[in-house]
Design a protein around this ligand. Structure first.
Ligand code: ADP
Ligand code: MG
Length: 256
């Protein structure tokens, strides 16, 4: 039997997350379903838990309760009551993340940064990984930079390398957390163009950004989070252009 709808790639259910033994409640029951090929932009006030949500998705944070399924299988779960979060490490390896601040290894050159994980984690042959790395770098306009060290690169080049490095592990989902926020304005576009290239190839993504132009151009869907819950979830024309919720409207008017 064939179905005309696709199963969710990501299914978050009732995610709760606090810091400081429950003192700071950050996620207060997040339910988000994401289909394959969707590009979800998450917006919301500073401190509303956007980074926390992405870090949870990346398996970098314990949760208090709730679950995440990935590709129909359990990925993250917690029974609550302070029990340890269960994370499927194989699934975690199929998710790539790029942060606001460059996380390249400073003592390795660009090529070495790219091939480290494929060689170590997957046991890929060095020559093969290097050939894939070089091809990715060419695609991102960094073909001549393979021997450069991070300190010799501009912020925009570093972020493009960070994206290429994440792609070396063939992720099924990419997470971008304000990847252009720390850049000089003239460097923002080169990084956004690389992400738009990935979008054109149907890479599923969750993106946190404050850049309205980018949000409009990359999103297939926009989620506005505030106070630890999803306030509004819909197509970009609705959430960014004609929000239904008063809290979304107030935020859009103020920030964008
Ligand atoms: P956003 O990315 O939307 O700005 P964050 O997820 O970074 O929000 O932070 C949400 C809240 O959690 C903030 O109040 C922040 O101070 C707090 N927080 C984030 N990380 C930690 C941490 N490691 N320890 C304690 N509190 C944290
Ligand atoms: Mg953040």
């Amino acid at each position: 039997m064939t179905t005309s709808f696709s199963l969710p790639l990501v299914k978050m259910q009732a995610l709760h997350k606090s810091y400081g033994n429950g003192a700071i409640q950050v996620l207060k029951g997040i339910d988000i379903e994401m289909k394959p090929g969707e590009r979800v932009v998450v917006i919301g006030p500073s401190g509303s838990g956007k980074s926390t949500l992405l870090r949870v998705m990346m398996g970098l944070e314990q949760i208090d309760s709730g679950s995440v399924n990935f590709d129909g299988k359990p990925y993250i779960s917690s029974d609550g009551a302070g029990r340890k979060t269960q994370i499927d490490t194989n699934v975690r390896r199929s998710i790539g993340m790029v942060f606001q601040h460059y996380t390249l290894f400073p003592h390795l050159n660009v090529l070495q940064n790219l091939i480290l994980a494929p060689c170590k984690v997957r046991g890929e042959a060095k020559a093969k990984a290097a050939a894939r790395a070089q091809a990715l770098l060419e695609r991102f306009g960094l073909g001549a930079k393979s021997k450069a060290y991070p300190a010799q690169l501009s912020g925009g080049q570093k972020q493009r390398v960070a994206i290429a490095r994440a792609l070396m592990l063939d992720p099924k989902l990419m997470l971008f957390d304000e990847v252009t926020s720390a850049l000089d304005p003239e460097l923002v576009s080169e990084v956004e163009q690389v992400i738009l290239q990935l979008a054109a190839q149907d890479m599923p993504m969750m993106i946190v950004t404050h850049d309205m132009w980018f949000a409009k151009n990359i999103a297939s869907r926009v989620i506005f989070c505030a106070g630890g819950v999803v306030v509004e979830d819909g197509p970009p024309e609705q959430v960014l252009g004609a929000p239904r919720e008063e809290r979304t409207k107030e935020f859009i008017d103020r920030v964008f």
